[in-house]
Design a protein around this ligand. Structure first.
Ligand SMILES: NC(=O)NC(NC(N)=O)C(=O)[O-]
Length: 375
């Protein structure tokens, strides 16, 4: 049988990359155990920023590397570490990124997962360069029986971290909630970043229909399911935890080439623009939204105008002008039926740091689309 033609890297981007990184440090991900961290600590795996290489940087243990790197193993066994997800959920795929690890990359990996009832009490703190797990740490981790956790990825060959080929995308079909993963590397070596793409899964049975919750929050199972442009920042950043540290942690589109020199709003308050950018977000649970917060923190040179349309019904907010360079608005919403998705439109383009949809959850059978009146 003839070999299939090799696809270019760009056409091989898997669908799961649109989901949230449940293990990211900014989502609360933590490394709780690592067999060895001689050259570089395992916590680097969870950094939000892209990996760097500084040719002149060395530590007292060897070449400084921006990732997790263990020493060359001269004894039987392999290295592994355990990561506690910041947001427990359903995993759809991994990116094992070996950026800049070339002669020292981990040649094989496998990944296991578990849903633990109780969070382990131990964790790794501080810079652990030059360290290995102590006998007491091995003893504590033994209780988790992690070697028999469910295997999500069998032993798989990795590519070294030369430019574009550094992403090792691994698809997962596993419909159960996960709180912890164990990544094994065979026999040793380095990985720059581990991204765990998935959707948060909250236990909604503990939330009353009277509780006001941010229905689209990453921690509550919100997810971005489509967008028009994510040139500088992905829309999924808008549902992240807390306020953003900088512009990189928000949704930012490129400047539209058809953007008007002057924005005009007609007498009905409708914005007159040739084009706009949009993102569709699915709520973690269907609900009735009563308050919307749009936070444009850090987007100072990217003035934008926002208005929102729920996917199934229409909530028409007054067009909102950003007159200041910094904005944190709360918008009250016209009463409407339950919604499952929203579409955020920014016109003509620009950036939004956070989007919060405060509302009350409703049961799934109450979510037929409803037509509602405009504000
Ligand atoms: N130049 C290297 O990267 N050497 C070693 N790694 C580090 N980080 O020094 C190695 O070969 O394992």
């Amino acid at each position: 049988m003839a070999n299939r033609p090799v696809q270019k890297e760009t056409s091989r981007r898997p669908h799961f990359l649109q989901f949230n990184n449940l293990a990211c440090e900014t989502a609360g991900g933590k490394v709780i155990f690592a067999t060895d961290e001689w050259f570089a600590p395992a916590r680097n795996l969870l950094k939000r920023d892209p990996p760097e290489f500084i040719a002149t940087a060395f530590t007292e243990y060897g070449k400084w590397m921006d990732g997790w790197e263990t020493r060359r193993k001269r004894i039987p066994g392999h290295d592994w570490c355990i990561i506690q997800l910041g947001v427990p959920g359903i995993i759809h795929g991994f990116d094992v990124d070996t950026s800049f690890f070339t002669g020292n990359y981990a040649p094989y990996t496998s990944i296991q997962a578990a849903c633990l009832d109780q969070m382990p009490s131990f964790t790794l703190e501080g810079d652990r360069t030059g360290m290995a797990a102590s006998p007491s740490q091995f003893k504590a981790v033994e209780q988790l029986n992690s070697d028999s956790w469910e295997e999500l990825v069998p032993i798989t060959k990795l590519k070294p971290g030369y430019s574009e080929s550094c992403h090792n995308y691994l698809n997962v079909t596993y419909p159960h909630r996960v709180t912890h993963i164990r990544i094994n590397i065979y026999p040793d070596g380095g990985i720059a970043r581990l991204k765990v793409y998935g959707i948060g899964k909250k236990d909604w049975s503990t939330v009353s229909s009277q509780d006001l919750v941010d229905l689209v929050a990453l921690v509550n199972g919100g997810v971005c399911v489509g967008y028009s442009d994510a040139h500088f920042g992905h829309p999924c950043n808008m549902i992240g935890i807390g306020r953003a540290d900088n512009m990189g942690d928000g949704w930012e589109s490129a400047r539209r080439l058809d953007r008007p020199k002057v924005l005009k709003v007609d007498e009905k308050g409708i914005l007159q623009v040739p084009g706009f950018e949009w993102a569709i977000l699915r709520l973690g649970h269907p609900g009735i939204i009563s308050k919307i917060e749009v936070d444009t923190n850090h987007f100072k040179g990217t003035k934008s105008i926002e208005y929102l349309f729920p996917f199934c019904s229409i909530i028409c907010l007054n067009v909102l002008h950003l007159k200041q360079q910094y904005l944190y608005v709360s918008l009250s919403v016209v009463q409407c039926g339950p919604v499952t998705h929203v579409r955020l439109v920014i016109a003509p383009d620009g950036g939004v740091s956070r989007l919060r949809l405060w509302g009350r959850p409703v049961s799934n059978n109450m979510t037929r689309p409803q037509q509602i009146s405009k504000l």
